[in-house]
Design a protein around this ligand. Structure first.
Ligand code: NDP
Length: 281
């Protein structure tokens, strides 16, 4: 069988158009503050595409580009200032941070009401509780939205999430569990990974290793979500061996054009929701 492509770019575009319409109908301008430290090329590209996407839908993005030498305290001071600025609805600190900065300490300073990335402890907890006020992290939220495009009923499906990072693997696993999947989380110490993956109706590949998942990892007809973004000499590739897995899976996300655009669309959606919550609309 040849898999149907789950087109994240198209779905993200539809979400952005809907948001643009809502924002212009209400004549509002939600604001997002983006904090980026240093000159990491990949981070700069991500920030640039986030700014562009914001502008398109009518969200004002202000980027704070800081020197690598900034201290944890100076960064916390900036976050406090943004927390207190009633014009700022969302705050995003682009990760990864330089090694000398304490990521957990810094992220925990963001006002949970402005935490559009969903990384503060409060939002992590609210997400687990399926609380309506939770900001769900953008990549996991986008992954679930893609899956729901083709699975209206997730009850009892076996989902295997490979990767247990705080920003992708763990929250994705929780969202799938909250949608009644039977979830397995695998990681670098997991034994017999291929055998576990072969049982997955839904496989989330998020290890960050180019072409890691060959067809031996895939159950016939499975939905395969490739989260990986890996820079290789042949350009950007995912974690999945796309050309061979497409012949076995039922649905598959491409890289690029799958999860990546959905992540940005969910950031826009979270920023819009932050505005509505703060204005009690
Ligand atoms: P991390 O490096 O934080 O996590 C990788 C995870 O993969 C870890 O849990 C690790 O296990 C696990 N892992 C590594 N090697 C193996 C292995 N051989 N077998 C099984 N598990 C393994 O990465 P992220 O979660 O931040 O990102 C994952 C990928 O997704 C990256 O390519 C990243 O660029 C991409 N990404 C894409 C986004 C998008 O919008 N499309 C957004 C965010 C990330 P252990 O915990 O044991 O070390």
């Amino acid at each position: 069988m040849t898999a149907t492509i789950l087109n994240g770019k198209k779905l993200a575009q539809a979400i952005r158009e809907k948001l643009k319409l809502e924002i212009s109908k209400q004549n509002i301008t939600p604001q997002l503050a983006v904090v980026i430290i240093g000159n990491d090329a990949a981070s700069s590209i991500y920030v640039h595409s986030k700014e562009k996407a914001c502008l398109e839908v009518g969200i004002k993005a202000t980027t704070y580009h800081l020197e690598t030498t900034i201290t944890t305290q100076d960064l916390i001071n900036l976050i406090t200032k943004l927390n207190n600025d009633t014009n700022v609805n969302g705050i995003l600190v682009q990760l990864p941070l330089p090694a000398h900065l304490n990521t957990q300490e810094i992220l925990s300073q963001i006002d949970p009401q402005k935490d559009v990335d969903g990384f503060t402890a409060l939002n992590v907890g609210l997400t687990l509780q399926k609380h309506p006020q939770a900001f769900i992290p953008c990549t996991p939220k986008g992954i679930l939205r893609l899956i729901k495009e083709v699975h209206s009923d997730l009850n009892g499906l076996n989902a295997v999430v490979v990767g247990r990072s705080q920003i992708v693997g763990i929250p994705t696993a929780h969202l799938l569990l909250n949608s009644n999947c039977t979830v397995t989380i695998a990681h670098s110490k997991t034994k017999d990974l291929a055998n576990i993956c072969q049982k997955a109706d839904i496989l989330i590949a998020s290890v960050g290793k180019a072409n890691f998942f060959s067809k031996e990892y895939i159950k016939e007809g499975a939905t395969v979500i490739d989260v990986g973004i890996n820079r290789t000499e042949n350009g950007i590739t995912g974690d999945v061996k796309y050309e061979e897995v497409i012949e076995k899976a039922g649905y598959i996300t491409p890289v690029p054009g799958g999860v990546g655009p959905m992540t940005i669309a969910m950031l826009l959606e979270n920023t819009y929701e932050a505005y509505l919550k703060q204005k009690q609309l």
